[in-house]
Design a protein around this ligand. Structure first.
Ligand code: UT7
Length: 323
């Protein structure tokens, strides 16, 4: 059992679907502009009672059911999030308790690359024998840090949670991670003001995401095709061996640029969950895969290339075999 594999995929989608028209009420925009520039037609926004814990627990329970195991057989919990407003206690530890366990539980913040960062860590923890089974959750409530009157972000970000259950395996189901960061360029995407600034000056408005979208777009479009190729190389496969492509659901146009930049076979199924889900940061990759499974567009044994990227700037990519 020298390898790691995905055993189950789970999802939690919030209860409220918000169409573009509703967003346009607060910003000077149009349904057509948002669809053309991002691919988004509507997004899931959490109801007041759909806290980060509720969504993380929903996705975790779904993934455990898909894997056919109970929380008692897990060895560790990893949670990727960048919207946990209460880092003490970490969301990962609250989730461990909500699942009725006292497992080691670690929170990861690599923003939109968080899920693929977590997958990289989970793989090595399993291969190293530290744990036999790991629950990895990506959970976000981006509406908590969204300025609904900001023309640059109000239409993109959304809420939700996705999860994988992973286990030790005789064959390689999760390839090596290819990851990195660019903190210098990362200043183009951050919370303004930060919490320290707010503490020092309580008259400031509450922290919300500020993004120079065009610069993040350019970085992702230029760098991610190379990162994708490196992830295939690290896994010992070629692009011709890939069945499914799941880039972080940031913008449908970024997905199209990545597809154009890669010499993928025609048959490859490409994730387009952003159309009805919006950009859910670290939750977007498991959410997209979950929907593709539910719609029968992908099948067990398919080889999927995952590419997480975003604020930080940070990126992480790997090849996984679908359960
Ligand atoms: O997941 C985290 C990482 N984030 C991302 O990956 C996001 C990457 N960036 C993007 O997705 C895109 O940059 C956006 C969708 C955010 C913006 O699209 P864009 O094509 O980069 O727009 P832009 O900011 O370059 O603006 C183009 C035009 C401007 O008008 P002019 O100067 O060409 O006349 C803007 O004033 O679109 C105008 N504009 C808008 N129009 C209607 C900007 N925002 C809006 C808006 N509605 N909300």
């Amino acid at each position: 059992m020298a390898h790691a594999a995905v055993l189950g995929i789970g999802a939690y989608r919030p209860g409220r679907q918000v169409p573009n028209e509703e967003i346009c009420g607060e910003i000077d925009s149009s349904d057509e502009w948002i669809r053309t520039r991002t691919g988004i037609a509507e997004r899931g926004w959490a109801l007041p009672e759909e806290t980060l814990e509720v969504m993380a627990l929903g996705a975790a329970t779904d993934a455990l059911a898909a894997a056919g195991i109970g929380a008692a057989s897990l060895g560790m919990i990893l949670v990727a999030t960048c919207t946990n407003g209460q880092p003490i206690q970490p969301l990962a530890i609250r989730l461990a308790a909500a699942l009725g366990t006292e497992l080691p539980a670690l929170e990861i913040n690599a923003t939109c690359a968080g899920f693929c960062y977590g997958l990289g860590l989970a793989r090595d923890l399993l291969r190293g024998g530290t744990a036999d089974r790991i629950l990895l959750v990506g959970a976000e409530r981006l509406t908590d840090v969204l300025d609904r009157s900001d023309r640059g972000t109000a239409f993109i970000f959304a809420d939700g949670a996705g999860a994988f259950v992973l286990g030790r395996s005789e064959t390689e189901g999760v390839g090596p991670v290819v990851w990195g960061s660019d903190g210098e360029r990362g200043k183009v995407l951050k919370l303004i003001p930060d919490y320290t600034e707010l503490r020092n000056d309580p008259t400031l408005s509450k922290p919300s995401i500020s993004m120079e979208g065009r610069r993040v777009f350019k970085w992702a479009a230029e760098q991610m095709p190379k990162v994708a190729e490196e992830a295939c190389k690290a896994a010992g496969v070629s692009l011709a061996d890939i069945d499914v492509l799941v880039p972080h659901q940031a913008n449908q146009r970024i997905t199209e640029v990545i597809v154009k930049g890669l010499d993928l076979p025609e048959r490859v199924v490409v994730a387009d969950d952003i159309v009805t889900t919006g950009n859910t940061s670290s939750a977007s990759i498991p959410l997209a895969l979950h929907r593709m499974r539910a719609e029968g567009r992908v099948k067990p044994g398919d080889r999927a290339l995952l590419i997480g990227f975003g604020g930080g700037l940070a990126y992480a990519a790997q090849v996984v075999t679908l359960p």
